[in-house]
Design a protein. Structure first.
Length: 131
C-alpha cells in the first residue's frame, strides 16, 4: 500500500522543534519547481531561503501539499506559496541544525558503502544527522 509523503510531517516537526528551542527557522526551497510563488528578486541559483519565524511572517500554514504565509520584502507584503516537494531543507539559522530532504521525498540519508548492491539482499534504511 502506497503511503503519503512524510515530508510535510517532518517539516512541521522540525519547525516546532526549532521554535521550541528559541531558534529562528529558515526554509530552503527550490524556486524552479512549478507553482512556487516567491519574490523573484530574492532567488539565488534557483533557490530561495526564507525566514519563517513567527515574528517575521503571518498566516503560516504548514500544509500537506504546500506551505503558505505572508511576509514583507523590502517593506512590501507578499503572499508566499511553496509546494511541499520544493522544500529542500528546514534549519535553525543560529546553528544550522535541521533537516535536508532528498528529491525522492524523504530525509537525506544514503550512506551506502557498497557500490554494487546485491539485488537479492533487502536494502536497510539508514539515517544520518544533518548539521
Amino acid at each position: 500500500m502506497q503511503m503519503t509523503s512524510s515530508r510535510p510531517y517532518l517539516v512541521r516537526a522540525m519547525y516546532q522543534w526549532i521554535t521550541d528551542n528559541g531558534m529562528t527557522p529558515h526554509l530552503l526551497a527550490d524556486a524552479t519547481v512549478d507553482a512556487v510563488q516567491v519574490p523573484t528578486e530574492h532567488i539565488q541559483n534557483g533557490k530561495i531561503i526564507l525566514n519563517i519565524a513567527p515574528m517575521a511572517i503571518s498566516n503560516l500554514i504548514l500544509g500537506d501539499r504546500d506551505i503558505t504565509f505572508s511576509a514583507r520584502f523590502s517593506g512590501k507584503s507578499s503572499g508566499i506559496d511553496i509546494p511541499i516537494e520544493a522544500v529542500l531543507a528546514i534549519y535553525a539559522k543560529e546553528n544550522g541544525q535541521g533537516m535536508m530532504f532528498s528529491e525522492d521525498d524523504g530525509a537525506v540519508s544514503s550512506d551506502d558503502d557498497d557500490p554494487e548492491p546485491d539485488p537479492d539482499k533487502p536494502k536497510r534504511p539508514s539515517l544520518r544527522v544533518v548539521k
